[in-house]
Design a protein around this ligand. Sequence first.
Ligand SMILES: *[C@@H]1O[C@H](CO)[C@@H](O)[C@H](O)[C@H]1NC(C)=O
Length: 396
Amino acid sequence: MRTLILLAAVAAVLYAEVFRMQTRKSPSNIARMIKAGTYRDFLAQKHARRAVLASGSQPFLDYYDDFYLGNMSLGTPPQQFTNIVLDTGSSNLWVIDAACKSQACKGYPDSGYTKNQYDSTKSSTWVKDGQRFSIQYGSGSCSGYLGDDTCSFGGLTIKDQKFGLSQTIAEVFGYQPVDGILGLGWPSLAVDKVVPPMQNLLNQLDQPIFTVWMDRVKDHIPMGENAGLITYGALDPVNCDATVTYTPLSSTTYWQFPIDGFAVGSYNAAKKDQVISDTGTSWIGAPSAAIQGVVKATKAQYDFSNELYYVKCTQMEQLPDLVFTISGQQYNVKSVHYVVDLELGNGNCALTFFEMDGGGFNPAWILGDTFIRAWCNVYDIGQKRIGFALAKHKNA
Ligand SMILES: *[C@@H]1O[C@H](CO)[C@@H](O)[C@H](O)[C@H]1NC(C)=O
């Protein structure tokens, strides 16, 4: 049962829709997106880090306002991983084993991207566990064995974190700027019952929470620049409104809770559904009826080759708000957040939705980065609830 759920969710976690489009259909886009020059320039810059005792923060790298990654290190001396998916939709940490010589593990040359890998022979603090792990994804699996080492991210350090060392990874990873995944979901979702990094961090944190802010860069297309922040152990008063409204979780596997309804334009469905908040999913996964509602309200057209709906980019700020009703409160998502420029050409911009029907997947919705750009998400582990605060953006 859990495997099935994980399968369906991770299919979305991998942003398969978006990335398949960018890799297979428009190689020039992916080339630009992960253009080494841009990326390395960014890394060369020093981040202004907030040094707050007992909390930490980690900037997101933003690709196309569509793909957000964080960095992390493992081992002694620290081995750096620049492109880690910080994923509330799964609960395991894994990186690529330096012993993996497949093209996917090295990064496909076409993608213009090479991988950071973990070399256990170069870490004095590595302890091999040896137990096998395997995580099934929609487009393939990743598998290898488990081990323990020191893990640092967001200015915080876990002395002894068990993680997966992948010896085989799905082909799709070979085309993405992904060195690994850091799961921020609940322990019950963790493969092999490995204690997730967040749970190991809790005793160091001011508060048992983390806050995610994802920026919207509207005046240009971001290609891996610093645009967003994840704050561990605290709220983010700089980037998020001070008013946080909480809703209790209905399940502590994913970050799951109920919504009371969804409306856009003349479409209004007061239908209770289960949803999850998932930083590892770029778009909003929705039931087909809701997608048809959005299509009608936005007069979007379908692009069969890229398998997505699009509108004119000039309409980016003129379309009706999405309105989610959660615990009696309305949460609007403006079109500047749900329409993004993926360089489709002809002045077309993508509507960031994908259909969830057919997989028998419950929850019915995935609120991915599209929703999180509009609303900072406060993941409250201590009180098993999720909070929303209006996200601040300089540009949108
Ligand atoms: C993440 O990147 C920044 C900027 O390059 C660096 O200062 C920091 O040490 C890195 N964090 C980790 C955990 O590697």
